[in-house]
Design a protein. Structure first.
Length: 714
């Protein structure tokens, strides 16, 4: 009898586990999602699900929601399981439409919710990896739909109802098999990460180095502490894969500088998502090239990111543009630096979207009745003193006055190029044109001004934001390897560029410097073989990580704004297309680069050679211009106000005038000369009322050339 009972029990058990398991659906209540940024959790109790361990064979298969909102892109909705596993369903989807109508999510749906539109009726893949729920956990317990409004203080939304369904053939969980790249992890403690303000989270960084595999469960050996984090980007905020601004901080939320991975010590960083750039390489390549050309550009490091234990993909960790000895190496400007040499630097300004405070150029831009808007970066507008703002505006205006003059001399008689680091401008132009960066000249365009005791000039750079470069734009001719980008006039009515490059391209001096620099770089740093080798090596280094990234973000063969046609179907096709386009681009520029490559040694000296000058009373050399031929000599460099004397000028060529101006461009002394019977030695008598400070002595020759030298009056 007992044997019969045992037999039938086993038989029933086997039958039960071999029969199709019945699908089970659980429906949750709705709730108002207030427009004040608060997080709403809607619980749903799940009970009696059998089997009690969910897997891809039988697990969470479908999630459905109905919701309304006057601007549904404000919705951020995720599902959280009893064991804490979470998956993002929607974020920034649908623009100004009104909600979700019988919208369901499954791991194996053909289309992503990101590819769809209102009313979103049907079944789609969510933004996150839904199969992660089927990790063997017990499904019985409290599930939560978590929602919040990413644009607070505007309007409310409503989750009408929602449901989850357990069935066969559910989604596969994402399996992370380790990475040789560093791992960055965010733990938000239940907080959402908004666009602004930032929120304090816990961050860890893991990197064993030496090619060893890193896992999220490893001890954090690079960083374990706090960080203030926010979403970053403008157009890219609409993509499902988000970029982040990261500021390392202490427990009180105050900045804390740290040296992480191969970066010098600092506190401000960027985790760049590169969603539209399917090579995940364009920013890395552009910054690498500008660094190789001898300029600072943000350092980069590939990492893989997890947020609250959920894999987010392959990211580029980058330095934020910031004044620092190891970043933009210019002098620190304090609130008391409002006169003399102290006020002359350093400054960082930009041309971009938004409004961080700044000023409108006096000179018309490319499009009629449009004017470039320069914005303050360093110091920030609320830290910048009025006299400092006046100084940097006057300095830029002195350059623009020269550029707009027929002979390129401003009202002070100084040629525009004496104010600028010419090599940085040639190199900036070269990088923007090689990459055909459609944001070039008008957006994410930075300049920095050095203190007079150093270089004293304006440099073009650092570079920023090259996702839409190297063929990765289907507008403004960005896909075409032929033609100059600067001739496209891309959205210039809305974002007026500064006229620096446009006017310089009318100047033989700049064109010849450009041609010399181009031909030199093409023999080494910008040689086609050198560029292709870097691309291939970078692709090899991130090969396994990019595969994981695209397992999550399934965009191959699909249009992501503004990818040009034809679309790559895999990573190798993307890299092949990048290299093919770059080869054609380099060839076209070889054949069309303007200027003449003669006297290139001379043009190579027009850059900004950073050598901090200290101990001014004992300094002997303050030259700005060139004097290699010995055609002009000015002395002394330093004069005592208590014992003023003449400034002596000795030349071998006839001159028209000598000017002494301060560094706002104001002429304080002027001496004109006849072109006939000129003495070899000339001089300027300094008036007793002249103020102490740093001045620029300018000698203007009859052929239009000039020579400048700094003069210090103590």
């Amino acid at each position: 009898m007992n044997k019969k009972i045992t037999f039938f029990a086993i038989l029933l058990y086997l039958i039960a586990f071999n029969l199709p398991t019945k699908a089970q659906t659980f429906t949750g209540n709705g709730a108002v999602v207030p427009g004040n940024g608060s997080i709403v959790e809607i619980p749903l109790e799940v009970a009696n699900v059998f089997p009690d361990k969910i897997t891809p064979a039988y697990g969470l298969k479908t999630i459905c929601i109905n919701a309304t909102h006057t601007w549904m892109a404000d919705f951020n909705i995720k599902l959280v399981a009893p064991d804490g596993t979470e998956t993002l369903l929607v974020d920034n989807i649908g623009g100004d439409q009104d909600g979700f109508v019988e919208t369901c999510f499954e791991s194996n749906a053909e289309y992503s919710i990101f590819e769809s539109w209102y009313p979103f009726t049907g079944t789609f893949r969510p933004i996150g990896f839904m199969g992660n729920f089927n990790n063997g956990q017990n499904p019985n317990g409290i599930w939560k739909l978590v929602a919040y409004d990413v644009y607070p203080w505007a309007d409310d939304g409503t989750i009408t109802d929602w449901s989850i369904n357990f069935a066969e053939d559910a989604g596969e969980p994402f399996v992370f098999s380790g990475t040789t790249l560093p791992i960055v992890q965010f733990f938000t403690n239940g907080q959402a990460i908004p666009d602004e303000p930032d929120v304090k989270i816990t961050m860890t960084i893991i990197d064993k180095g030496n090619g060893q595999l890193n896992f999220p469960s490893d001890p954090a050996n690079i960083y374990s502490g706090f960080a203030n984090v926010e979403l970053r980007g403008q157009s890219s905020l609409g993509f499902p894969k988000k970029s982040y601004g990261v500021e390392t901080c202490n427990a009180e939320g105050q900045d804390s500088t740290v040296a992480i991975l191969n970066f010098p010590e600092e506190s401000d960083w960027v985790l760049h998502a590169s969603y539209a750039d399917k090579s995940i390489m364009r920013n890395v390549l552009a910054h690498h090239l500008f660094n190789e050309m001898g300029h600072y550009s943000p350092r980069t490091q590939y990492v893989e990111l997890f947020v609250n234990g959920t894999y987010q993909g392959l990211y580029v960790l980058m330095e934020k543009i910031k004044r620092d000895k190891k970043r933009v190496d210019i002098a620190k400007l304090t609130p008391i630096d409002t006169a003399g040499a102290d006020i002359t630097g350093g400054y960082i300004i930009k041309v971009d979207k938004g409004d961080d405070g700044g000023w409108i150029s006096k000179h018309e831009s490319i499009v009629d009745d449009t004017y470039c808007y320069y914005q303050f970066v360093y110091p920030k507008k609320d830290e910048l003193q009025p006299k400092q703002a006046e100084y940097i505006q006057a300095f830029i205006d002195s350059i623009e006055e020269g550029l707009f003059a027929k002979n390129f001399y401003n009202f002070s008689g100084v040629r525009y190029n004496e104010y600028i680091d010419m090599t940085s401008f040639t190199d900036n132009f070269i990088i923007n044109e090689i990459t055909k960066n459609v944001d070039a000249y008008r957006l994410s365009t930075f300049f920095h001004k050095h203190k007079i005791t150093s270089c004293g000039k304006l440099s073009a750079g650092p570079l920023w934001d090259f996702d839409l470069s190297f063929r990765n734009a289907d507008y403004c001719d960005g896909w075409n390897p032929n033609g100059w980008l600067y001739e496209q006039y891309c959205d210039y009515s809305y974002f007026a560029p500064p006229m620096f490059f446009y006017k310089m391209l009318d100047d033989t001096l700049f064109l010849n410097a450009l041609r010399c620099r181009w031909e030199d770089l093409r023999t080494n740093k910008l040689h086609t073989d050198t560029l292709f080798a870097f691309i291939d090596q970078t692709a090899a280094n991130i090969d396994e990580a990019q595969q994981r990234n695209y397992q999550l973000w399934q965009t191959w063969g699909k249009y992501v704004w503004p990818n040009p046609q034809p679309l790559a179907n895999n990573y190798q096709e993307e890299i092949d297309a990048l290299k093919a386009w770059l080869g054609k681009r380099l060839k076209w520029m070889d054949e069309n680069m303007p200027g003449t490559a003669k006297n290139c040694d001379y043009y190579a000296t027009l850059g900004c050679f950073e050598e901090e000058i200290t101990g001014l009373p004992n300094t002997l050399n303050f030259e700005i211009g060139l004097n290699k031929s010995g055609a002009c000599k000015i002395w002394p460099n330093i004069l005592a106000k208590a014992n003023l004397e003449t400034i002596n000028i000795e030349t071998k060529s006839p001159i028209t005038k000598i000017l002494l101006s301060d560094f706002s461009g104001r002429i304080v002394l002027r001496q004109d000369f006849s072109t006939q019977n000129q003495p070899v030695s000339k001089y300027l008598h300094l008036p007793t009322k002249i103020q102490a400070g740093i001045y620029l002595a300018s000698v203007i020759f009859v052929d239009g050339q000039s020579y400048q030298q700094k003069i210090v009056i103590n």
